[in-house]
Write a protein that binds this ligand. Sequence first.
Ligand SMILES: Nc1ncnc2c1ncn2[C@@H]1O[C@H](COP(=O)(O)OP(=O)(O)OP(=O)(O)O)[C@@H](O)[C@H]1O
Ligand SMILES: [Mg+2]
Length: 550
Amino acid sequence: MQPLILADRITCRIDQKEILKDVSFSIGMGEYVALIGANGSGKTTLARHLNALLTPIEGNVLIAGKNTRDRHNHSCIRADIGMVFQQPEDQIVSALVEEDVAFGPENLCRLPSEIRTLVDQALAGVLAMQPRAIIFDEATAMLDPAGRRDVMSYLAKLHNAGTTILTITHRMEEVLHAERVLVLNHGRLVFDGTPQALFADPSLVAANNLELPAAVEFKNAFPGWFSGIACSSSLAERLLAAIPAYSGTLDTGDFSETVVHSGGANLIEIDKLAFSYSQDSYFAVPALYDVNLSMAANAPHGLTGATGAGKSTLLQHLNGLYRPQQGSVRVGEFDLNSADLDLKALRRYIGLVFQNPELYFFKQYVGDEIAFGPRMLGLGEELRQRVRWAMELTGLDFENDKDRVLTTLSGGEQRKVALAAGLALNPGILVLDEPTAGLDPFSRRQLLQNLKRLIADGTQLLFSSHQMEEISALAKNLTVLSNGVTLTTAPVHEVFLDRPLMNQAGLEQPFSVQLADALRAKKWPVRRNTLTLTDVLSEIGKYKDEAAHA
Ligand SMILES: Nc1ncnc2c1ncn2[C@@H]1O[C@H](COP(=O)(O)OP(=O)(O)OP(=O)(O)O)[C@@H](O)[C@H]1O
Ligand SMILES: [Mg+2]
């Protein structure tokens, strides 16, 4: 039978640079395929070839037998292939199948609460067209856990109804939902097979900036326990259910860890903050009702909550972009309620990297963009060193990347530039809004490691995140917002172990915490403050041989 999508030796070259090289594959009706690879490996570019937004320099793309080179085929092809794009502007995308793809101004400056609606509309829009295939380019990247789950179950429904799915993602657990996975590396297709085959080859995974899903990593660490369980989309739940009971002699009562609250004066103090957009107008949109937050010194602080909870609005109060309408905000010595606030000095002290930093680029070249802030701060001799340092922290290559044109970067590469520009300021308090959204797994790990190093060297970090794994890895304390109200500020593990609270906030325990919980339920001596998979593995690794009956 004729495949729905056929890519036959396609090559894409822009300004001498080969972005896709000799890529061939075919996708049949009804398949569920994941397309993955490092930032800049060519995923978005490939997707654009499949609905004729781009045509190959060499080779051919045939959709249901129709060549994308023939303009007369375009309306047919775009009716067949629905797209939900990755948009660097806001990482979320509206659904378009028509020629007049509505990127651009009308998608800028959205309130966070609209993102969820946008995704729903995008899906509804695409579905209304009843395409034969839908391509999702990182559709879940900016969503909270509940939103992500919804999108994933949507995809499953579509797939069951016979729609062909091609999903681009940096989240490896989502890859387990696909039947087949394509891996791009520097524009070449280097793997085409099942997720099981891919994840069975850790060196291939590592060579492509990918990682194993946490559940697979755990399964691999205890082959004896889970030998009968296949790597499917329900792997995590099945592993949790199959954990053997602990039969060792350690008294698990010893392991209910006491919490260490970090002492010291608070760096940031927010009290009863309320804020509406377009205050006093007919269009007023309340975003914050009652926000309280205390951030202690030397205690990396996370801020989480469902999409639209008010995280970005809150963070933008910290550098004086928004001023408190009610309540008070203090950052270090700065009183944000004061009429004669020294904004310049404040912004030297607190460096904020926005959620949609790409919106704020105003230089043409990567290096200039990153140098801009420190130059304004009067950095002279050390400027070049500072730029190099900041680029390396985010995984950019100083020599190769500094002269690239910003608008030609991939979504993840732009995100790295924005992060580097924030880091280059080397502020007293570093504030990052969703730091790792859009980064490939390797870049994300690298950034997290580097941030940990900075923290160890004295950087004060406040960050917002939907990624529970990232919060586990970085934060000591966590503030949870829900609909503009602070639900709690507490040590991360206390929040994560409070399931009713997590549900109320639309969040989900990370797999590692679910695992630690399930292990404790089977009497394994696992401390209550065990947060990351590495910690879980080292906690139980000590006892597994003597103690489990598998
Ligand atoms: N118009 C352009 N001019 C020059 N280079 C471009 C252009 N468009 C894309 N590129 C380059 O092509 C490469 C692939 O980009 P693409 O957006 O397809 O990557 P991606 O795999 O989707 O990455 P990400 O995971 O970051 O979204 C990048 O190195 C990018 O800089
Ligand atoms: Mg992309």
